[in-house]
Design a protein around this ligand. Structure first.
Ligand SMILES: Nc1ncnc2c1ncn2[C@@H]1O[C@H](COP(=O)(O)OP(=O)(O)OP(=O)(O)O)[C@@H](O)[C@H]1O
Ligand SMILES: [Mg+2]
Length: 256
């Protein structure tokens, strides 16, 4: 699980990207993080993964404080960033072996995991090639393979579907479901509302650094007395992008 409590972050230029958010992402659930461009999703994810330190608040990953006990916290999660740029001169297999060494994955176990993950994403043939020859989607898949190599209980994925072909996106969704069903945690951001609606047990909507809603899609629907049912319509209404009135029917209620 992931616990985010009263977390804020202001960037150097004075932009308050995350403004006092509290979220609890439980074991056994797929949790979607939604919000318009610039809402604070990536900033939150960077704090959860220890890339940025929060100005205030605490974050626990599988019970480990990411600031006070970063190694234990980092062992507990696999992370796929939104930007799949990595060591272009390494071959795919060299990158995976490097990650395997970092996380102390035994050589024989590693070989099996790489073989089955690469087969699942159709990346076997590309592994002997240099990363600089990979397409965007192939890089994305390679990072995903690396992130899952140590079989972390918590998956943290920043827009994981971007650039994936339909079959790989399908595999990704299947894997997320299987992972959560084993009692593990999947926390991912996305702009693809169809995916969020289909795969998420719960979602949070963030805008201007604040949580507008946290709960299941059914709970979100219950807020709309006017019969609005599509996630797209609810999202647009909530984030003030329809009719220009900008009013949100939600009080900030990020907890639990
Ligand atoms: N390195 C940075 N320095 C200064 N401001 C930043 C930096 N990174 C992000 N911001 C600002 O912080 C706010 C939140 O950005 P963030 O990247 O977290 O949004 P996001 O929800 O991930 O958006 P997107 O959907 O476009 O990926 C924005 O106002 C952005 O301009
Ligand atoms: Mg982002």
């Amino acid at each position: 699980m992931i616990s985010i409590r009263d977390v804020s972050k202001t960037y150097g230029g004075g932009v308050k990207a995350v403004d006092g958010i509290t979220l609890a992402i439980r074991s056994g659930e797929i949790f979607g993080f939604l919000g318009p461009n610039g809402a604070g999703k990536t900033t939150t994810i960077k704090m959860v993964t220890g890339i940025l330190h929060p100005d205030t608040g605490t974050i626990l990953v599988d019970g480990h404080d990411i600031v006070k006990d970063p190694i234990a916290a980092k062992k507990a999660f696999g992370f796929v960033p939104d930007d799949p740029n990595l060591f272009p001169r390494l071959k795919g297999i060299e990158y995976l072996n490097f990650i395997g060494d970092l996380y102390g994955v035994d050589a024989a176990v590693r070989r099996d995991r790489i073989a089955s993950l690469a087969a699942r994403f159709g990346l076997e043939k590309a592994l002997p090639d240099r990363i600089q020859s990979y397409s965007h989607g192939m890089r994305q898949k390679l990072i995903l393979l690396g992130a899952l190599l140590h079989e972390p209980p918590v998956w943290i994925l920043d827009e994981p579907m971007t650039g994936l072909d339909p079959r790989s996106a399908f595999e990704m969704k299947e894997m997320m479901r299987q992972h959560a069903d084993k009692g593990h945690t999947v926390f991912f951001s996305t702009h693809v509302l169809d995916v969020a609606e289909k795969v998420c047990d719960r979602v949070a909507v963030i805008d201007k650094g604040r949580i507008l809603f946290c709960g299941s899609i059914a709970e979100m629907r219950a807020h709309f007395a006017d019969g609005t049912t599509s996630l797209e319509e609810m999202f647009l209404e909530m984030t003030g992008e329809t009719n220009g009135n900008g009013a949100s029917p939600f009080a900030a209620n990020g907890a639990n």
